[in-house]
Design a protein around this ligand. Structure first.
Ligand SMILES: [Zn+2]
Length: 484
């Protein structure tokens, strides 16, 4: 198959145009200008707002003026990740796509189908002369991937319509009707320096090789959390010997399940062999516990230069117990959608800060219900408060999108799908943020759904688009526009 022959041709041609325009998150100026030029060239009403979102309106095709207004929405930015051995400048180079069987991929970089394929579908509808639809507004938001600041900064009068179809989902055959809201809870623990007695052995304990993943989407996949494994070992050893904590640097982004971490500790020199034996025992146990999900799990000990100062031991004891106790992973399953995670928390990072001299712990909580999210954040704060944290704070967070059982759009989308493909789509929620959460606050009366073609490996150079699902989603979208 040649790239030029991919179907639906209009959509893939638009996607090729989109992929010529650089659009890293927070650097969407060129993309916004491209879309404004596109709308103006078609002679369609085109506007931008103060945060740089773009909207292009298109009147109904003749005879369908009576239909309610539909907003089609995607985000214009993309995650820019590349393989280390690839020369590529996301600020100016076009994405180099190629076909591999049924998949469209990019050479060593993210593909930008998240959410460029949604953008392309909107452009195809705006450009088309033979697609039947009522009044349409195509909305392109900025900076979905690194803070949702486009949707966040949008005024409550920018979008016009009764229904909104978000084109930023990644599983054909699934219709999303709710998303989780979330917040970050940060604690700072004291790290008062005290002398390490003479005759101690100093070592670094490292956990690495874990699978990691997204702290929302992947939280129910039984993956190990590097911070939890590290703390588990330190607490075990603290129960046996006079352990001193010298440094801890574990975990990374707040929205990622931590894959690696390390701590520097000191123990009486006579305990050295025991320390190493204990680590091997825990490693053997952990490999059994995570036999399926963590094939490359590793825990290692290495000798460090003798430390003279470490955290005051009682502070260490209380902090480590709090980190062991604090909830991590799924907290509650949904009572309305079978098998769907309702509420979770992720222990994302534990880091001694050289500037403040405190240990900063970052966690993130998600839930499809605001009250549940506030409760899990309180649970996390409680553990940290008991552990002697100097400061524990939950940020304002972002809102979720709650299932609307009376949604006409969801019913129409399901009926249309069944009519076209002969079976029911899966109707479900997503345990991660979508821009729909913010829209549900600013536009409380908007009836929304989210769907899109199948993508895999998103946010990584392995990102790929399942080509046949683009035609399916396109047919579904056009049918829904007619029948709404
Ligand atoms: Zn996206």
């Amino acid at each position: 198959m040649e790239k030029e022959n991919l179907q639906p041709k209009l959509v893939f041609d638009c996607f090729a145009e989109v992929n010529k325009v650089p659009r890293p998150s927070k650097h969407e100026d060129a993309m916004a200008e491209f879309l404004v030029r596109f709308g103006n060239a078609l002679g369609l009403p085109t506007k931008t707002d103060r945060v740089g979102n773009v909207a292009i309106s298109k009147p109904a095709t003749p005879g369908l003026e009576h239909l309610p207004g539909v907003i089609l929405q995607s985000h214009m930015d993309m995650v820019c990740e590349k393989n280390a051995d690839v020369e590529f400048d996301f600020m100016k180079d076009p994405i180099r796509t190629y076909i591999d069987g049924d998949w469209l991929k990019a050479q060593g970089t993210t593909l930008g189908a998240d959410d460029g394929i949604g953008v392309a579908m909107q452009m195809a509808i705006l450009k088309s002369t033979d697609i039947a639809h009522g009044p349409i507004q195509c909305v392109f938001t900025r900076d979905e991937e690194t803070g949702l600041s486009g949707a966040e900064g949008m005024g409550s009068d920018f979008m016009e319509g009764q229904y909104l179809i978000n084109l930023d989902s990644e599983d054909e055959g699934e219709i999303f009707v709710s998303c989780a809201g979330g917040a970050t809870t940060v604690a700072e623990f004291p790290f008062t320096r005290a002398a390490v007695p003479a005759g101690y052995y100093t070592a670094r304990v490292t956990v690495r090789g874990l699978t990691g993943g997204h702290s929302g989407d992947d939280i129910n996949k039984n993956r190990a959390n590097a911070n939890k494994l590290l703390v588990r070992f330190l607490v075990e050893e603290m129960g046996k010997t006079a352990l001193r904590l010298i440094d801890i640097q574990s975990g990374g982004l707040h929205n990622a399940i931590p894959r690696e971490g390390s701590a520097v500790i000191a123990v009486p020199a006579s305990f050295r062999d025991q320390l190493s034996a204990d680590l091997n025992l825990l490693l053997a146990d952990a490999r059994k516990e995570f036999a399926v999900t963590e094939p490359d799990l590793a825990m290692e000990l290495s000798t460090e230069p003798a430390a003279t100062e470490g955290q005051e031991p009682d502070e260490t004891r209380r902090m480590l117990l709090a980190l062991l106790a604090v909830h991590n992973g799924v907290y509650a399953m949904s009572q309305s959608i079978e098998g769907f995670v309702a509420t979770s928390s992720n222990l994302a990072s534990i880091r001694l800060q050289p500037d403040t001299g405190t240990v900063r712990v970052v966690t993130s909580q998600r839930s499809s219900l605001l009250s549940d999210r506030m409760n899990i954040s309180a649970v996390v704060r409680a553990a940290f408060t008991l552990g002697g944290a100097l400061k524990v704070e939950t940020g304002e967070g972002y809102p979720g999108w709650e299932t609307n059982p009376d949604s006409i759009l969801v019913r129409k989308a399901v009926e249309s799908y069944e009519r076209l493909f002969g079976h029911k789509p899966v109707v479900r929620g997503i345990h991660a943020g979508l821009e729909c959460g913010l829209f549900s606050v600013k536009y409380p009366h908007l009836d929304m759904v989210s769907f899109g073609p199948t993508l895999r490996g998103v946010h990584s150079p392995d990102e790929r688009l399942l080509i046949p699902t683009v035609q399916m989603v396109w047919d579904h979208l056009l049918d829904l526009l007619k029948s709404i």
